[in-house]
Design a binder for this molecule. Structure first.
Ligand code: NAD
Length: 503
């Protein structure tokens, strides 16, 4: 299978290596202004992948103007036609799922075993929102004595979408599919570390019949291309997924144009294992939710809170599993952990091993680099024990295969520890006590809670965080509330009085 994936990668990279990755504006591949580019390298082996257009304020302006010009026709297109096009996009993604998976794996270091599903999930996002198009404009009927009021939703206009590098293909579809279904046109600024599948996705959409100008892609750095997008007058809203500090920059940058923002930011999510939990299933979930996707996952449970009475047994089993995780080439289907996105990120994750030691925690597993994998940005998965709430590894987002273990005595203490961080994206609770599960879920300061489960996404449900983890919700109708304006229309029955002035 590894060889099959490598062959597929070679053929998929051919075109990209020849032409480089350009911006896509008004349906055309175009160079950045001044033909400037930056280099993209793979975290797998450090090899050069391609040159990438280095977008500037001018390129963002061209893309925003294209999105503005395309807006009227797209937002007023009959529902059935818009739905047909978005289903065709999904078909095309499914057709190219293997190609997308190998490209994503090589560009980001994410194991192919997860990227295949990720590509299919991308298609599912388009299908789900395609089917919801017919309901997108629906509002409420709120009749009064002398008036009938009803509301309707209308697409807000051209929107900017800014995405991170961790699972770029899936996250882009998650944002772009509801925006297009709502009738918005899009300017997408992908992360500079992972530009490859963003272009492939927009290409597949155009091949599937998406009109030009509806979906534009401008590559480049956050401080230039990203910033210009958030400041552009014609861009009516910014959907952003990334770091918490970047979110506050965007809020500031967008203030002069009163930008509507939707933020999906960092997390330091707790998984709480009570003594009555199904420990085998809890262990599977703890390992999966921290070490899948290289731990570069916003919803990963990076703090294990385990009851003192089962701590020894549970952590011993955990140590055994973490030591056996298979680190290797992400294109190998056997691999469970691939290289981290970039050398700077590898250094960041490794630096937290030292931070943990300095603060007095104990490294149980990993924390070094694999001897046989010197070329890429690999890290041996890390398990840190004896962590206290005051320590940095109990509070800061490491965003790698790095798990901190804390213990608790009572339910109240578990809740207090869980809520002691500034983040509030998600939490996981493991217990067979139904009353306790509900109490704890109610009292946790997070946007989402899973009980006796890993993160299993159901598209109609609200996805998002509280505190420093985000603003707004994705999924189902929640997405339409962000990408659309609600307008109220009040019609009089002709029975109400009108004050007479100037008689
Ligand atoms: P990042 O914030 O560094 O970058 C994300 C994007 O923002 C990139 O495209 C970047 O170019 C752009 N950007 C940077 N500065 C900008 C600026 N001033 N103005 C406009 N755009 C700017 O994040 P990252 O390192 O790429 O991704 C990792 C982070 O993303 C983690 O914190 C992770 O938790 C978070 N994340 C959150 C979710 C969620 O759903 N909550 C999902 C995935 C990732």
């Amino acid at each position: 299978m590894l060889n099959k994936n490598l062959r597929k990668l070679k053929s998929s990279l051919k075109g990209i290596q020849k032409t480089g990755i350009k911006n896509i504006i008004n349906g055309k591949h175009v160079n950045a202004t001044g033909r400037k580019t930056f280099e993209n390298h793979s975290p797998v082996d450090g090899e050069f992948i391609c040159n990438v257009a280095l977008g500037t304020e001018k390129d963002i302006d061209k893309a925003a103007q294209a999105a503005k010009a395309a807006f009227k026709a797209w937002s007023t297109m009959p529902h059935a036609e818009r739905k047909r096009i978005l289903h065709a996009v999904a078909d095309n993604i499914e057709k190219h799922a293997h190609e997308i998976a190998v490209l994503e794996s090589y560009d980001t270091g994410q194991p192919i075993r997860f990227m295949k599903k990720s590509a299919i999930r991308g298609a599912a996002n388009f299908r789900y929102f395609a089917d919801k198009i017919i309901d997108a404009p629906n509002g409420q009927s709120t009749p009064d004595t002398h008036h009938v009021n009803f509301s309707m939703r209308q697409a807000i206009g051209p929107v900017g979408i800014i995405t991170p590098w961790n699972v770029p293909f899936m996250l882009s579809t998650w944002k772009i599919a509801p925006a297009l279904a709502a009738g918005c046109t899009v300017v997408h600024k992908p992360a500079e570390f992972s530009p490859v599948t963003a272009n492939r996705l927009a290409e597949l959409a155009h091949e599937a019949g998406l009109p030009k100008g509806v979906w534009n892609v401008v590559h480049g750095f956050g401080e230039s291309a990203g910033k210009s997008l958030t400041e552009h007058e014609e861009i009516k809203a910014i959907a952003f997924v990334g770091e918490t500090t970047t979110g506050s920059h965007i809020m500031r940058q967008g203030a002069p144009t009163l930008k509507r923002v939707h933020f999906e930011l960092g997390g330091k999510n707790p998984v709480i294992v009570f003594k009555d939990a199904d420990l085998e299933r809890a262990l599977d979930a703890v390992v999966f939710m921290k070490y899948s996707l290289n731990g570069e996952r916003c919803t990963s449970s990076s703090r294990l809170l385990v009851h003192k009475s089962i701590y020894k047994k549970f952590v011993a089993a955990l140590k055994d599993r973490v030591s056996k995780l298979k680190v290797g080439n992400p294109l190998d289907p056997e691999t469970e952990i691939g290289p981290l996105i970039h050398k700077t990120h590898q250094d960041k994750v490794l630096s937290y091993v030292e931070v943990a030691k300095e603060d007095g925690a104990k490294v149980l597993v990993g924390g070094d680099t694999p001897a046989k994998l010197k070329k890429g940005c690999y890290v041996n998965p890390v398990l840190i024990d004896e962590v206290k709430t005051s320590m940095r590894v109990a509070n800061e987002e490491v965003f790698g295969p790095f798990l901190s273990v804390l213990t608790f005595d009572t339910e109240e203490e578990a809740i207090e520890i869980a809520n002691s961080v500034r983040y509030g994206l998600t939490a996981y609770i493991w217990t067979k006590d139904i009353e306790r599960a509900h109490r704890v879920a109610r009292d946790l300061e997070t946007g989402m809670v899973w009980i006796n489960s890993q993160n299993v996404r159901h598209l109609p449900t609200p996805f998002g965080g509280v505190k420093y983890s985000g603003i707004g919700r994705d999924g189902g109708d929640y997405s339409f509330d962000f990408y659309m304006e609600t307008k109220n229309i009040s019609v009089a029955y002709g029975t109400h009085s009108i004050p007479k002035l100037g008689q």
